[in-house]
Ligand binder design. Structure first.
Ligand SMILES: Nc1ncnc2c1ncn2[C@@H]1O[C@H](COP(=O)(O)OP(=O)(O)OP(=O)(O)O)[C@@H](O)[C@H]1O
Length: 337
């Protein structure tokens, strides 16, 4: 990175990363994570480097970051599967290490990989799960029917899961997770691999659940998903929280809120040459090819003209949309994927 981007990014970190903004003022926490660290093995990778965040009761909260950022590890700790190296995590006031059984009763997890029993019917998958949680037969049956209805699977209740499409299996996974009426639901990359229609359907169900008061924590590397669903989002990268705010608050981290992005061929960092267009930041994508962002009100034609006058070859140009993707690139200098 070059140009005067560093100042912008540092601002972003201290503002969004600090706990002084409304972003971290949570009155009634359902999830509290403090200084959470995780190293796998004595010499293994450090997945978390001291993460902090709080999720309010009834909130729909997103953990957003690229592959390997530490999202699944965070979820693993909160769901008592992974032991933290240090730091604390509490669910509904209960420490996840000290009280794993009490935590498990309060949570539901929709895992990244389906672990449905494919030889059973949809209904059986739900009722067996209810039995595991000690639900009475009548309640199990009623709750299963209710959830199959809610997730658009009522007419497939007696069909073996083996025959289900990816979208149907995904919906059944959430339905199963909700059998014991947990107040907190974890969704780990819930729509990865789904077709657009199944994705929309799932988003609607998640929104319904949120409206009905369930606290939901979602991990995703899908910016659109986080933007559309979440009330607040923690962006994580390399095991660190680099921002935490509402989607609108995160967008405000872009200097000036708008700007232009150019892909240029140039020998040296072209950012200083374009400084007259406003605050700039740059990243070398490959040898001699740069991505430069100019924040401010410049027009596309003006930016191209200035770049070409300075000897750069313009390969691509676009107006920044102020999307979370744009914010992520601003904070990290990298694309999300
Ligand atoms: N069981 C494990 N043993 C060793 N290293 C692990 C283990 N699980 C995760 N890691 C490492 O910890 C880091 C964070 O991984 P994690 O799965 O938490 O990230 P993620 O953000 O969920 O990514 P993804 O979207 O790919 O699941 C990575 O470097 C990963 O290789």
């Amino acid at each position: 990175m070059g140009g005067n981007d560093d100042a912008g990014r540092r601002d972003g970190r201290t503002e969004a990363g600090g706990d002084t903004r409304t972003a971290e003022r949570v009155d009634d926490p359902m999830v509290e994570v403090r200084e959470l660290r995780k190293q796998y093995g004595r010499r293994g990778p450090v997945a978390l480097r001291g993460i902090d965040f709080t999720v309010g009761r009834g909130e729909l909260f997103g953990l957003l970051g690229p592959n390997g950022a530490g999202k699944t590890t965070t979820l693993g700790i909160l769901t008592t599967r992974v032991r933290p190296t240090s730091g604390t995590a509490r669910i509904d006031g209960i420490d996840v290490v000290a009280g794993p059984q009490a935590v498990k009763r309060r949570i539901a997890v929709m895992p990244q990989q389906s672990n449905l029993d494919r030889s059973l019917t949809a209904l059986e998958n739900l009722t067996f799960h209810g039995a595991y949680y000690g639900m009475r037969l009548k309640d199990r049956r009623r709750r299963s029917r209710e959830l199959l209805e809610q997730f658009g699977l009522a007419d497939r209740a007696d069909e073996q899961v083996e025959n289900f499409s990816g979208g149907m299996a995904q919906r059944l996974l959430i339905a199963r997770a909700l059998m014991h009426r947990p107040p907190l639901l974890f969704l780990d990359e819930p729509t990865t691999g789904l077709d657009p229609q199944s994705r929309l359907f799932l988003w609607d169900r998640v929104t319904d659940l949120h409206r009905s008061g369930t606290t939901i924590m979602l991990t995703t590397h899908d910016m659109a998903e986080a933007d559309r669903l979440c009330e607040r989002i923690a962006i994580v990268d390399h095991g660190e929280r680099i921002a935490l705010d509402t989607p609108a608050g995160l967008r405000d981290l872009l200097p000036g809120g708008r700007g232009i992005e150019l892909v240029l061929d140039a020998h040296d960092d072209p950012a200083p040459l374009l400084a007259e267009l406003g605050e700039t930041e740059s990243a070398e994508l490959e040898q001699g090819r740069w991505r430069v962002r100019c924040y401010g009100d410049s027009r596309l034609g003006e930016a191209i003209a200035v770049a070409e006058q300075r000897g750069a070859v313009v390969r691509d140009v676009r107006r920044l949309e102020g999307s979370l993707e744009d914010v992520f690139v601003h904070l990290t200098g990298r694309e999300l994927r």
